[in-house]
Ligand binder design. Structure first.
Ligand SMILES: [Zn+2]
Length: 400
């Protein structure tokens, strides 16, 4: 198994799609069923026994001599019109590393279990991490009532895919002691490319805060209300957007206004109300909390200055998840000289896996940092490095 054969496998998985000509592989779909046929076959070729759990994750086990299990994994589902590597690459690299053990007739002092998660992106039911939440014992049975765009309930979808929706609680990890969870994933950002490095070790998965913010002024005629008497909500919102962009001064922060709606939204009407989203992320929780407080205070000052009303509703908050120092150290050692740590701005299955074991992540450089896009691209050379690093990691862990 080399980098080239992993890329060929990702090409084959790209043909498992709900939309011809594009990659769209939702949870519990026919496209996923098709992908499982390939993946289960590759798992068995690598000397593993494969099974599917109730939520629809594939578990493949390569037995070892001890009483502990190292978990490797990533997700097989995709966003709409996706690229071919976000998710599947991590599963394929994990299988390739086990294939090498199998080909060499090698057994480790621990078992290796490869998890191919059923859902991380949440495309079909708008509920992310279904696969890893089930394994972490954090699946919420109320989610079974969610319906997809065709009105199919999640419970029906799980059943049609071969699972028992009433037994998803049993998908919780119940095997022997987990030694850790390692995920290989494309970086989805441009840092490794700018450093000229094929792979990097993730330090932490960033925490995230989301808010809904509304500036309210007064709509009026664009021709008759003098400038001095206006309460233009969009002008206030614009000043705020610029303030959000100023977080660029701090390398540990990213902040985004990704959606903005202007009412009434006509060329000849002064904007009376603007509703916008704010997303703030950082690998450091305190940094994120301090910045959120600062930005919301600024929004208040802007509103006062522009004679606007302001409402702020918190939408969600998720703390950062640190990768374990031990896993980071082993991965850095497996890479060798010049290895770097990078934070992950995107969420990953490791967020939930961290609730049952220590986690580590290896990022693979991707072209232009592009993801969630058919233009996602990785090189066979970089993937070969990732397989080698994972192999060395297994060896180092075995020697510990
Ligand atoms: Zn992903």
């Amino acid at each position: 198994m080399d980098g080239r054969s992993v890329l060929e496998r990702c090409d084959l998985l790209a043909t498992c799609t709900e939309e011809p000509g594009r990659i769209t592989r939702p949870f519990a779909s026919d496209a996923m069923r098709h992908a499982h046929q390939y993946v289960e076959d590759w798992m068995r070729q690598a000397g593993m026994t494969a099974r599917r759990d109730n939520i629809g994750n594939l578990h493949a086990r390569y037995e070892g001599s001890g009483d502990a299990t190292l978990l490797l994994g990533s997700h097989l589902d995709s966003v709409r019109d996706a690229g071919r590597y976000d998710g599947p690459l991590g599963v394929m690299v994990a299988i390739a590393a086990v294939q090498r053990l199998h080909d060499a007739g090698k057994q480790l002092p621990f078992a290796v279990e490869v998890l191919a998660f059923a859902d991380e992106e949440g495309l079909r039911f708008g509920s992310t991490y279904l696969g890893s939440r089930a394994v972490a014992g954090r699946f919420d049975p109320r989610d079974l009532e969610r319906t997809d765009s065709r009105g199919v309930a999640m419970a029906e979808a799980v059943q049609a895919f071969g699972g028992d929706p009433s037994k998803i609680g049993e998908d919780r990890w119940s095997g022997d002691r987990p030694l850790g969870y390692i995920e290989v994933h494309i970086e989805q950002g441009p840092v490794l490319e700018s450093l000229g490095l094929p792979v990097g070790v993730v330090s932490a998965i960033a925490g995230q805060s989301r808010f809904e913010i509304t500036f309210t002024g007064e709509a009026g005629h664009a021709g008759t209300v003098p400038m001095a008497q206006r309460r233009d909500a969009l002008v206030g919102a614009s000043i705020f957007v610029e303030a959000v962009d100023a977080v660029r001064e701090n390398p540990d922060l990213v902040a985004t206004v990704g959606r903005l709606s202007v009412r009434p939204g006509a060329a000849n009407v002064i904007p009376g109300e603007v509703n916008l989203s704010l997303d703030v992320r950082s690998p450091d929780d305190e940094t994120r909390e301090v910045e959120c407080e600062h930005l919301l205070k600024l929004a208040g000052e802007i509103a006062r200055r522009r004679n606007l009303e302001l409402t702020v509703s918190p939408v969600s908050e998720r703390p950062a998840v640190g990768c374990s120092p031990r896993m980071i150290a082993l991965l850095l050692k497996a890479i060798g000289e010049g290895a770097v740590e990078v934070p992950s701005g995107a969420g990953h299955d490791g967020v939930y896996m961290s609730e049952i074991t220590e986690i580590g992540m290896l990022f693979v450089r991707c072209k232009g940092g592009i993801s969630h896009n058919p233009a996602e691209s990785v090189t066979a050379g970089d993937v070969a490095v990732a397989i080698d690093v994972l192999g060395r990691f297994l060896q180092l862990l075995a020697e510990e």
